[in-house]
Design a protein around this ligand. Structure first.
Ligand code: AMP
Ligand code: MG
Length: 422
């Protein structure tokens, strides 16, 4: 039995960063940028108005006030997307809308509220009263103030979030080079399993692991390839496994413990190499990892990493978070492979009798700037609803007998960051 750290190191040692591919911009969300991005345009491209108002010369506003407005002649109106053909000369102004390019001759924009426009009856304003002095440059967004032509806007290795996708769009990039997403084959094993679109015969259960595991694959940016269900026979398992050998990683669930029909390990041994088959953790002790003999698109031999997750629904999800997720993130070129962890005050005791590292489903709350954590209830690894209740996994180290109420413990957060209502 190896430690969680050793197991993770072995898994990560067997996966490589994937190739670069060009992808449509919107699909790149969450992927890692493969090139530095250098802008070949200024953004904004031209000086433009930051407010609706009048473009004018600041000198024309000297001495202007509510009591003694400066009257300027309005010679044009310019809206966003258009360019005025007129030039602002002393004594004149051009009515301007937010985003419209600042006309020739103007050095400032005064907002409507600082003019007497609202008091004027005629909708076609020929003259405007300026009610205050303005500083030169007021309400003008300078060309290139966001992005200057030639600047490196985003660096290779950046994870694309909505803001970066927006920045790339502002440069007019409809496609972007990123590290491609891993395809992860998902295979369930067990004679008891029935597909969710079929009636449920007595003695059978629905195959839920395929859906929790494939959802995790999607959530962390991969592309699940659902292989279906293999029955507990070597022939069925081999047949299905082979369908997953073109994937970047193969994940099976079930069939890795010591039961009579648990044959994933045997098949893994005959079709590839087993790296480990038990890990000092609970849930998740029977966790197999190895590589299967596969082939790339050109038929060249390649090793396909295979994670044999335990069949219990909670165990398969917890072991996915701890091993499959970092493997996927490494393949996608990400640097931070660990999930967010916090320290929290444990509100009830947890006993550890096994000498394994416990991952306890728990509910994290925050009060007075301090995280608190209590258990979801029964911790059986078949109780999948405990994962649904949980927003954290309390870690109880393998070399302790547990933790008391009031102890500070480490908790892995399972939530969706800003969607967490901790
Ligand atoms: P195993 O690891 O194959 O011995 O399975 C352990 C437990 O998990 C058994 O109770 C199985 O019925 C259950 N199980 C295995 N695979 C699945 C699955 N795909 N969906 C739901 N439960 C499963
Ligand atoms: Mg089984």
């Amino acid at each position: 039995m190896i430690s969680v750290e050793e197991a993770l190191e072995k898994v990560l040692g067997c996966v490589e960063i994937l190739e670069v591919e060009e992808t449509p911009l919107l699909e790149s969300m969450g992927q890692v940028l493969a090139d530095d991005i250098i802008s070949n345009i200024d953004i904004p491209p031209l000086d433009n108005a930051a407010m609706d108002g009048y473009a004018l010369k600041a000198d024309d506003t000297l001495g202007a006030s509510g009591q003694s407005p400066r009257i300027l002649r309005v010679i044009d109106t310019v809206i966003a997307g258009s360019i005025s053909q007129r030039e602002v000369t002393p004594g004149t102004a051009i009515r301007i809308m937010t985003g419209a390019p600042v006309p020739e001759g103007a050095d400032s924009v005064i907002r409507f509220e600082d003019t007497d426009e609202a008091q004027r009856q005629d909708s076609n304003v020929n003259e405007i009263g300026i009610l205050c002095e303005v500083e030169r440059g007021l309400n003008i967004r300078r060309a290139g103030e966001d992005i200057a032509q030639g600047a490196t806007v985003l660096k290779k290795g950046t994870v694309l979030r909505p803001a970066e996708v927006g920045v790339l769009a502002s440069l007019g990039m409809s496609k972007v080079n990123v590290i491609r997403r891993p395809v992860v084959a998902v295979l369930a094993t067990g004679n008891e399993l029935v597909s969710i679109d079929q009636p449920l015969p007595r003695g059978k259960i629905y195959n839920s692991n395929t859906y929790s595991v494939a959802s995790l694959v999607k959530r962390y940016g991969g592309v699940p390839k659902i292989i279906g269900i293999a029955s507990d026979s070597e022939a069925s398992l081999l047949d299905k496994l082979r369908q997953g050998l073109d994937a970047d990683m193969l994940i099976t669930s079930g069939g890795v413990s010591a039961g009579d029909y648990d044959m994933v390990k045997d098949v893994l041994a005959s079709e590839g190499e087993i790296t480990f088959s038990t890990v000092r953790m609970k849930p998740g002790k029977p966790l197999a990892f190895g590589t299967l003999k596969g082939a790339d698109k050109k038929g060249n031999p390649r090793r396909v990493p295979h994670l044999g997750l335990p069949g219990n629904p909670v165990s398969s999800m917890v072991t996915f978070e701890l091993f499959a997720r970092p493997a996927m993130l490494k393949m996608m070129g990400k640097k931070n492979l660990t999930k967010t962890m916090v320290e929290a005050v444990l509100e009830e005791p947890v006993v550890n009798t096994d000498g394994r590292r416990l991952y306890v489903r728990a509910i994290v709350t925050k009060s007075d700037g301090q995280y608190h954590v209590h258990l979801t209830g029964p911790q059986g690894s078949g109780i999948l609803t405990s994962m649904s209740l949980a927003n954290g996994l309390v870690i109880i180290p393998e070399d302790t007998a547990g933790a008391k109420a009031g102890d500070t413990v480490k908790v892995i957060l399972l939530g969706w960051d800003d969607e967490d209502d901790i």
